[in-house]
Design a protein around this ligand. Structure first.
Ligand code: GLU
Length: 512
């Protein structure tokens, strides 16, 4: 039973914030684990000390929590296969490297950076376009294959810096399987003797990754396409240890909205969409980058957006809850071709999810936004306003853009609309309408509708002639939700005040 168990891992390096592509990798792993009743593991790959970024680990955990991507084992929960942070597993890697050295599959190399450079230059001079440390040069270099055992011991005793390299087979066809890409064949002659242990005593990604995936009993490795070129090496490492490799799936690249080239942070800046799930503050430069969360995206919209970048169910369905995604997701249907990120479609998803949210929840978010703008209101009224305006909101903050006039009276009036709609007779009509409104006792939208309609008919005026100027008085421009509902919420006094203010101010401008 255990060998059939699905165990997947998300293995980020804490070198900065997670970007959309990283979240997608985590999401696909999560969906796959859930649909197979498997386990999802969070492993932190922090063997590259030079690239370590303060706060990145916490960022990754918090951002995934916001996305509701959960783990069964990992640095925070623990589990039976820990430690889950690679920097705490050094002795494990050393033991495994020793094993490879003992079996002749790896060797010590003492070459200095200068010596490596000389090797590369001389290969280039011989016409080699891709000079590398491989079976053709290893005998000429300073390593435990070319030196005697005694010399090696002496160098080590003298504290000479060294690395451990993998002794790649000379001429073997590696056949690697990938769930997304099918079979991949590579001749090992094209591969180099990769470093497994660095001079700082830390393993490289390749060694640590393979050892951990094996020891943590990972059944499926689902990761970004950038790791595809490493797959043959990983297969060879599994073989060198005598281990069965897991199954692999390499996820397609995320492409720029234009469709060409890898999506980058700069595209986000250029086109005004975030590339990080949540806000990231660079600890060195203290530069702030907004995330989807801060830009008003709902987490359910965000995960739906990224789920569709590289996978689709083959039906018309586009919107999926997490549960629906878990059911419908199919790793075999992940596409090979790069997935184009479409910021407009992202907005569409968010709009959809805002409409799905119940007014009670939306009202809570709305009250938070109101507070930021220095206002407050009852939950009941918040719900009512949200119901009126949510259809126009792509983002949570749009709730404010679409409703500020319930809390602040307009101080400026839109020139264009005034030029078009504020006619010679408008002040007179508004004055009459004002008197009528002042006399209304039952200030409900229904009654207001009846009264204003009767007024319009009675005066034989067009609707636009009355309603647009009234709207200008209340909102400052021809915008906003249903006018009658708006009037009921604003209340009589406020409306009269706004009409007076508009009459005074717009008049003045016209007289000038
Ligand atoms: N630490 C690697 C990364 O940052 C993980 C790659 C893998 O999943 O094997 O992408």
């Amino acid at each position: 039973m255990t060998h059939n168990q699905v165990r997947v891992r998300f293995a980020p390096s804490p070198t900065g914030p997670l970007h959309i592509g990283g979240v997608r990798t985590a999401l696909y792993n999560f969906l796959f684990a859930c649909q197979h009743n498997g386990s999802m593991i969070l492993r932190i790959e922090d063997t590259d000390q030079n690239r370590f970024v303060e706060g990145a680990e916490d960022y990754i955990i918090d951002a995934l929590k916001w996305c509701k991507i959960e783990f069964d084992e990992g640095i925070h929960q623990g589990g039976n296969y820990g430690p889950y942070r690679q920097s705490e597993r050094k002795d494990i890697y050393h033991r495994h490297i020793q094993q490879l050295i003992a079996s002749g599959k790896a060797y010590y190399a003492f070459d200095t950076p200068d010596e490596l450079e000389i090797m590369r230059e001389s290969l280039k001079a011989r016409g080699e376009t891709n000079p590398k440390y491989d079976y053709q040069v290893r005998a000429e270099m300073k390593n435990s294959l070319s030196l005697s055992g005694e010399e090696v011991e002496k160098l080590k005793a003298a504290g000479t810096p060294y690395v451990v390299r993998f002794k790649m087979s000379e001429n073997e066809i590696v056949e690697a399987d990938d769930i997304v890409r099918g079979k991949i064949k590579v001749n090992t002659a094209t591969l180099d003797d990769k470093i497994l242990l660095k001079t700082d005593g830390m393993p490289t990604y390749h060694l640590a990754n393979i050892v951990d995936d094996y020891l943590m009993k990972i059944s499926h490795v689902i990761r970004g396409e950038e790791w595809l070129p490493s797959l043959p090496l990983h297969y060879m490492l599994y073989e060198a240890f005598g281990w069965e490799p897991p199954k692999f799936a390499h996820l397609p690249l995320l492409l720029k909205p234009e469709g060409k080239g890898k999506l980058s942070k700069r595209d986000g800046d250029r086109l005004g969409f975030p590339v990080f799930p949540t806000q990231w503050i660079d600890p060195k430069t203290v530069e702030e980058f907004n995330g989807y969360r801060e830009d008003g995206y709902l987490p359910e919209a965000f995960i739906n957006i990224i789920a569709m970048l590289g996978w689709n169910p083959g039906t018309e369905q586009e919107t999926f809850s997490m549960q629906e995604m878990i059911k419908a997701f199919n790793l075999e249907k992940v596409q090979k071709a790069g997935a184009r990120f479409d910021p407009e479609k992202a907005k569409w998803f968010n709009h959809y999810y805002i409409q799905q949210k119940n007014n009670d929840e939306l009202a809570d978010s709305y009250l938070t936004i109101l507070k930021k703008h220095g206002h407050t209101t009852s939950k009941q009224l918040a719900k009512r306003i949200v119901e009126l305006i949510k259809e126009r909101a792509n983002f949570i903050h749009d709730l404010w853009n679409q409703s500020w006039f319930f809390f602040e009276s307009p101080k400026e009036f839109d020139d264009k609309t005034i030029k078009k709609k504020w006619k010679q007779d408008t002040p007179e009509i508004l004055k009459e309408l004002r008197s009528l409104l002042e006399a209304v006792e039952d200030f409900t939208s229904e009654n207001l509708q009846n009264q204003t309609h009767a007024f319009i008919e009675d005066k034989k005026l067009g609707f636009g002639k009355v309603m647009v100027p009234l709207r200008i008085c209340l909102v400052g421009k021809a915008a906003g939700p249903d006018l009658m509902e708006m009037m009921e919420i604003l209340g009589k006094d406020e409306i009269l005040k706004r009409i007076d203010f508009a009459l005074n101010n717009i008049q003045k401008e016209h007289n000038n």
